[in-house]
Write a protein that binds this ligand. Structure first.
Ligand code: ADP
Length: 594
C-alpha cells in the first residue's frame, strides 16, 4: 500500500512543480504586457508633450503677431500724421485735431492715450518757436521742466484720449532718459522707435504703465540719407502714447489664445522694476499642474522686452491629455487579463491531466481491490482450514516446534484474512452493495464488547483502557455488525498508534436524538495538515509507530463510510505527540430520508 501512497504524493508534487512553472509563465506574460504598456505610455506621453509644445508655439505666435499687427497700425498712424508736415511744417492744433478725428480713436483704440508732435528745437530756435506758437494759438506757450539746455523737445501738438488729463502739452520728453533714448534712436535711424516703461505726465491712473512710439519728422526737401543729415533736417517726432495694460488686453483678445497668460516687462530696466503688464490669470495658469511656461526676450522697435508666456494644460484637448494615463490602466488590465488567461489555460490542461491520472490510479486500485478480495480470500481460507486441522491433530501428533511454527502460520494467515475481509468490505461499499440491517442496539454494551475482544492486545502493550460510559444503556437503531466494525477500527488504531504504557479512553454520551462516542488516546497524534486525508481510501500517514504496525490504510475509510451510511459523522481532533480523539456522532433513529 505504501506504493499507492507514493504515487499520490508524487502526483501532488508534480502538480506543485508545474504550478511554479505556470506562475512563471503568467508572470512573464504580465511583464511583457507591462513592458509594452510602458513603451506605449512613453510614446503617448512624448506625443502629448510635442502637441502641447506645438500648441504653445501656435498660441505664442498668435499673441506675438497680434501685438505686432497692432503696433504696425500705430506706426501707420504716425506715418500719416508725419505726412501732414509735407504740406506745412507748422500746422495748427485745430488741423491736427481735425485730421485725427475720423479715426475715432477712443472707440477703436482704447489703449491709445494720445497722439502728438514733439518739436525738436535747439536752444537758439526756442524763442522764435515760442513766438510763432503764441501767434498761432493766441496764448503763451511754456516749456517744462524749465532749465537751460542745448536741445528742447516739447510736446507742441497733442490729441489726448480716454481719461488722459491733457497735461502733456509743453512737456519736454527729452529730459527723461527713457523717452530720450527712443527719440535718439528714431532720429538716428529714421525709423519708428519705442520707449521702455514710462509714466505719462498726463496719466490720470497712477497704477498704469505706458510706452511711446516715436516717428521722426523731417523738413521737406532736405536730404535724410545719413544720420547727420537726418539730425539737421529733424522737425520733431510724431508719437503715439500707449497704455500697456489696455494694449495687451486688446492683443490677447484678438489673438484668441484662451488658456494663455502673459507677463510683459521692460528688459532694459533693473529686474525689480520691469513689470509692465500681467494677465489677471497669470499666476493661476502658471500654477496649474501640467502647465507650460517660457520666458523670452525680444527686440521690438529698438527696445528690448522680456515676455513670460504661460499656457494652461487645456490648450490641448482633455481627451488627448488623458491618453497616456488611460494607456496605463488599459495596459495593466489587459496584461493582468492575458496573464490570467494564460495561467488558466495551462493550469486547466494540467488539472485535467492530473485528474485523469488520478482516475487511472484509482481505477487500477479498484481493480486490484476486487482481485485481491475475491481471488485471495478462498485460498487463504483453505490455508486456515488445513493449518487449523493440523493444529487440532488430525494428521497425528506434532512436536512442540511444529506446533509453534504452525501457530505462527495460523496467526499470520488470520491477519491476512482480516485485511482481505476489510478489502472486501471496501469493494462492496464502493459497489453500493452494503445494506444496513438496523435494529435497536445497546451502544454502551457494544463498546464494552469491542473493548473486551481487544483486551489481550491492550494488555499485550501494557496500556490502560478507561471507560466513561453512562450507567444506563443507550440505544440506537443501527446495524450492530457494521457499528461494531467502527469501534473495532477506532480502538485498534488507538492501540496501534499509542506507545506502551499509554492510556486509552472510550466514552459515550447522549444528546437529544444522537449519541456521541469518543475513542481517545495519548499516542503519537496526527499532523494537522494530514488530518483530512486519513479518512481517504488507502491512505496511511507516516508516524513514529507506523513502521512497526500493520495496516491497510482502509480502516478509517471504511469507518467513515459506515458512520455516514447511518446518517452520522466522524471527526478527529489530534495534536502530534499528545494524542488523538475520534468523535463519532450517530442518530439514535434512522433518519427519514436515509
Ligand atoms: P491503517 O491504520 O491501516 O494505516 P487507517 O485508515 O486505519 O489505516 O488509518 C489511516 C492513518 O491514520 C494511519 O496510517 C495513521 O497514520 C493514522 N491514524 C489512525 N488512527 C490514529 C490514531 N489513533 N493515532 C494516530 N494516528 C492514527
Amino acid at each position: 500500500m505504501k506504493h499507492v501512497k507514493t504515487t499520490i504524493i508524487s502526483t501532488g508534487s508534480w502538480i506543485k512543480h508545474h504550478a511554479r512553472l505556470h506562475t512563471l509563465v503568467a508572470i512573464a506574460v504580465f511583464v511583457v504586457g507591462m513592458g509594452a504598456t510602458v513603451y506605449y505610455w512613453n510614446n503617448l506621453r512624448q506625443s502629448v508633450e510635442a502637441d502641447m509644445g506645438a500648441a504653445f508655439e501656435r498660441n505664442g505666435e498668435a499673441i506675438g503677431s497680434a501685438a505686432m499687427a497692432r503696433m504696425q497700425q500705430y506706426e501707420n498712424f504716425l506715418r500719416g500724421s508725419a505726412g501732414l508736415f509735407i504740406l506745412d511744417d507748422f500746422i495748427p492744433q485745430a488741423d491736427w485735431d481735425r485730421y485725427h478725428q475720423p479715426y475715432n480713436i477712443p472707440a477703436n483704440y482704447p489703449d491709445v492715450q494720445g497722439i502728438g508732435l514733439s518739436r525738436y528745437l535747439t536752444k537758439d530756435q526756442v524763442p522764435a518757436f515760442l513766438e510763432r506758437k503764441k501767434a498761432q494759438e493766441g496764448v503763451a506757450f511754456t516749456i517744462y521742466p524749465e532749465g537751460d539746455r542745448d536741445v528742447y523737445v516739447p510736446v507742441s501738438l497733442n490729441a489726448p484720449f480716454t481719461g488722459n488729463n491733457g497735461r502733456a502739452k509743453g512737456f519736454d520728453g527729452y529730459t527723461e532718459p527713457t523717452r530720450r533714448k527712443a527719440m535718439d534712436t528714431a532720429a538716428a535711424t529714421g525709423r519708428p522707435a519705442i520707449s521702455g516703461k514710462i509714466k505719462l505726465v498726463s496719466e490720470a491712473r497712477p497704477d498704469r504703465n505706458s510706452m511711446i512710439l516715436y516717428m521722426p519728422v523731417y523738413e521737406r526737401n532736405r536730404p535724410v540719407t545719413t544720420a547727420d543729415e537726418r539730425r539737421a533736417a529733424l522737425i520733431g517726432f510724431t508719437y503715439v502714447a500707449i497704455d500697456t495694460t489696455s494694449f495687451m488686453e486688446q492683443v490677447m483678445e484678438s489673438a484668441q489664445a484662451s488658456g494663455m497668460a502673459i507677463q510683459l516687462g521692460d528688459a532694459e530696466r533693473p529686474s525689480g522694476d520691469r513689470q509692465m503688464y500681467e494677465s489677471s490669470d497669470f499666476d493661476t495658469i502658471r500654477g496649474r499642474e501640467g502647465s507650460k511656461v517660457e520666458t523670452m526676450t525680444l527686440e521690438v522697435y529698438g527696445h528690448s522686452w522680456i515676455a513670460t508666456i504661460a499656457a494652461a494644460p487645456d490648450i490641448i484637448s482633455e481627451y488627448e491629455r488623458q491618453l497616456p494615463g488611460q494607456a496605463v490602466w488599459r495596459g495593466v488590465l489587459s496584461s493582468l487579463f492575458f496573464a490570467g488567461l494564460v495561467w488558466y489555460l495551462i493550469t486547466d490542461r494540467e488539472r485535467k491531466y492530473a485528474r485523469q491520472k488520478q482516475e487511472e490510479v484509482q481505477s487500477a486500485k479498484d481493480d486490484l481491490l476486487s482481485l485481491a478480495s475475491h481471488q485471495l480470500r478462498t485460498p487463504a481460507t483453505v490455508v486456515k482450514q488445513y493449518v487449523g486441522m493440523l493444529l487440532q491433530g488430525y494428521a497425528g501428533d506434532l512436536s512442540k516446534q511444529q506446533i509453534d511454527m504452525l501457530t505462527n502460520a495460523y496467526e499470520s494467515n488470520e491477519r491476512q484474512l482480516d485485511i482481505i475481509n476489510q478489502l472486501l468490505y471496501v469493494a462492496r461499499l464502493d459497489a453500493g452493495r452494503i445494506t444496513l440491517r438496523r435494529e435497536k442496539t445497546d451502544i454502551t454494551r457494544l463498546v464494552r464488547d469491542v473493548a473486551a475482544d481487544q483486551r489481550e492486545a491492550i494488555t499485550g502493550r501494557t496500556q490502560e483502557l478507561i471507560f466513561k460510559l453512562p450507567k444506563r444503556s443507550m440505544f440506537a437503531e443501527v446495524d450492530p455488525h457494521y457499528m461494531r466494525m467502527v469501534f473495532e477500527n477506532l480502538l485498534s488504531n488507538a492501540i496501534k498508534y499509542t506507545p506502551p504504557h499509554g492510556r486509552l479512553t472510550m466514552s459515550a454520551r447522549r444528546l437529544p436524538g444522537q449519541l456521541i462516542i469518543r475513542v481517545a488516546d495519548n499516542g503519537v497524534g496526527i499532523d494537522p495538515a494530514l488530518q483530512d486525508s486519513i479518512f481517504e481510501k488507502f491512505t496511511r500517514v507516516e508516524n513514529a509507530l507506523s513502521t512497526d504496525v500493520n495496516g491497510s490504510g482502509v480502516g478509517l475509510y471504511l469507518t467513515k463510510q459506515i458512520v455516514e451510511l447511518h446518517g452520522g459523522s466522524i471527526e478527529v481532533r489530534s495534536t502530534p505527540g499528545e494524542g488523538s480523539t475520534f468523535i463519532v456522532r450517530i442518530p439514535t433513529h434512522k433518519p427519514r430520508e436515509a
